[in-house]
Design a protein around this ligand. Structure first.
Ligand code: MD3
Ligand code: FE
Length: 252
């Protein structure tokens, strides 16, 4: 068996990550087109109640390239900015922007929040591009469209400390994360900061789907492996996290 085939086989598996470590649950079919929903059900059956879904190689190179074009257009309209920490005002090493009706921002005076406008231009965020809308519908398993997509840009040396994502009103909705560009060492623990962590390398085209208990797990990015991808001509890594922010009103 050649190395390339072995790698392809390994990368088409679903993994379950729990605070007890990484368990390969066995082989399942790759995600493709309208079969995506069936794949999620299949994965859910195999993984039972497991709420952390790691889908390596979910986006093929051509899809990654097309998505990169859409994201570059968003950044051209809504430039990357460096958020600052609440209270201390220390700048993040990760640069950010957003698309969708709401975007995540942070600064010294007003802290972490979602808002409708870019903090520097004052303009509303660009709309969610078509490929992102389609990916959410294909992969999230959630019946309402995403409201926010946070675009995190990591240059070599950027990292994100361990944190929980709890600025959304609706924890019932999943968070969908898409990696594009250089590889990153990602860690995830449990609902307490002190819970043991598992590390994994996120590569371009990998997707994570977080829901249920894993939605409130501590997680972060330890480091970027510079020069491991050619998706961005200037190098670096972009992570897209798509979310519901407000609870959908099901009463109407
Ligand atoms: C696990 N971003 O924007 S994405 C973030 O690669 C964030 O830029 C990282 O953490 C990045 O908040 C990680 C994967 C991710 C996103 C949300 C999660 C993993 C998660 C929520 C709960 C548990
Ligand atoms: Fe996060």
């Amino acid at each position: 068996m050649c190395a390339v085939y072995r790698r392809g086989f390994r990368r088409r598996q679903w993994y379950c990550l729990t605070r007890y470590g990484r368990k390969p649950p066995g082989r399942v079919p790759p995600i493709r087109g309208p079969g995506g929903a069936a794949f999620l059900e299949h994965g859910a059956a195999i993984l039972n109640a497991l709420t952390f879904r790691y889908i390596p190689g979910a986006l093929e190179p051509a899809e990654q390239a097309a998505l990169a074009v859409e994201i570059a257009a968003v950044i051209a309209t809504a430039p990357l900015f460096k958020p600052t920490m609440p209270r201390t005002g220390k700048p993040f090493s990760v640069a950010m922007t957003n698309c969708g009706v709401l975007g995540w921002v942070s600064d010294r005076d007003n802290g972490y929040r979602y808002q409708r406008t870019h903090p520097e231009t004052g303009h509303i965020w660009p709309p969610m591009p078509p490929l992102l809308i389609a990916l959410w519908r294909r992969l999230s398993g959630y019946p309402h469209d995403a409201e926010a997509c946070l675009i995190n840009h990591y240059a070599d040396g950027a990292k994100m400390g361990s944190h929980q994502d709890r600025d959304e009103a609706d924890f019932a909705a999943p968070v969908l994360s898409i990696s594009l560009g250089d590889e990153a060492v990602f860690h995830v623990g449990g609902p307490k900061r002190t819970d043991p962590k598992t590390r994994l390398t996120l590569r371009s085209g990998d997707v994570l789907l977080l829901q249920g208990e894993s939605r409130l797990a501590f997680h972060g990015i330890d480091r970027i492996k510079a020069g491991t991808s050619r998706v961005w001509p200037a190098g670096g890594r972009i992570n897209l996290t798509m979310r519901r922010v407000t609870a959908p009103n099901d009463l109407i």
